[in-house]
Design a protein around this ligand. Structure first.
Ligand code: ADE
Length: 262
């Protein structure tokens, strides 16, 4: 059984960082966010799921510019029929996708709320350099840091130079809205954007030593005067188009390169 552990951690070695990227997994929480990319990469839905029977998790896959591209969407909640957003589903599908597909790179793509006080505007696309949680408050020494769960995104200086995205820290929690306590934690995290999956994906990719990139497009201004859910729903489809274009540019850039070249 020993080889399995080595397999899981194979991305850890520096030789793998220098090998051309072959398989990528894109984790996307909402179907609306996923479909433009499914179309752009001409992916097809898995007929035989690689995931445990009964899970709603969906894999779209195909070959694009020599890359084996997989988009993983956690699917609809079996009872309520809405997208399975949030950290629990995100961490589960990230774990299952890494186990099943052994990707060289994970991209977590999605929408986010942005802080205008930190320069975010509707439609901006950010590459998150760091991810952390803002709703896991454990006021006991060291557990407090565990709760925050800070993780780094994969270093991509060349990609950033070429594609010219905004860069900022991402804070993750399981609520679309923001309580005053969340706000204080987000400010402590020095975040410019807030989402519901990034730090959960970051936890799993760090655990299994798979490099991860976080691409987030701003649908709503968290420190503005519009109700978040209204602004989010109003801008979702337009911003999803911008997100799709941005992720396509990232994947175009990645094709033929090694992680160490990003
Ligand atoms: N996704 C889009 N907008 C968001 C917000 N304001 N908070 C969390 N996740 C989001």
């Amino acid at each position: 059984m020993a080889p399995q552990t080595e397999d899981i951690n194979h991305q850890d070695s520096s030789t793998d960082q220098n090998r051309p990227i072959s398989t990528i997994v894109i984790i996307i929480a909402m179907q609306t966010e996923a479909l433009p990319l499914v179309n752009a990469f001409e992916l097809i839905e898995d007929a035989d799921s690689v995931f445990p029977k009964g899970t709603p998790w969906v894999r779209y896959h195909g070959t694009y510019k020599g890359l084996n591209v997989n988009i993983i969407w956690p699917g609809k909640d079996a009872v309520l029929g809405v997208d399975s957003v949030g950290t629990v589903s995100a961490s589960l599908v990230t774990y299952a996708a890494i186990q099943a597909l052994q990707p060289d790179l994970i991209i977590n793509a999605g929408t986010a709320g942005g802080f205008k006080a930190k320069g975010a505007c509707i439609g901006d696309v950010y590459l998150a350099c760091e991810v952390a949680f803002h709703d896991r408050r454990i006021p006991i020494p060291v557990f407090d840091l565990y709760g925050v769960g800070l993780r780094q995104g994969c270093s991509t200086p060349n990609l950033l130079k070429e594609l010219d995205f905004k860069v900022g820290k991402l804070s993750t929690g399981d609520s679309l809205d923001m309580t005053p306590q969340d706000e204080a934690s987000i400010l402590a995290n020095d975040a410019v954007i807030k989402d519901m999956e990034g730090a959960a994906v970051g936890y799993v990719t760090d655990l299994l030593k798979v490099p991860a990139i976080f691409v987030k497009a701003v649908t709503d201004i968290v420190d503005g005067d519009k109700p978040t859910s209204e602004e989010f729903l109003h801008n979702l489809s337009a911003v999803t188009v911008a997100l799709g274009k941005a992720v396509t540019r990232v994947v175009d850039y990645i094709a033929g390169k090694a992680v160490s070249e990003l």
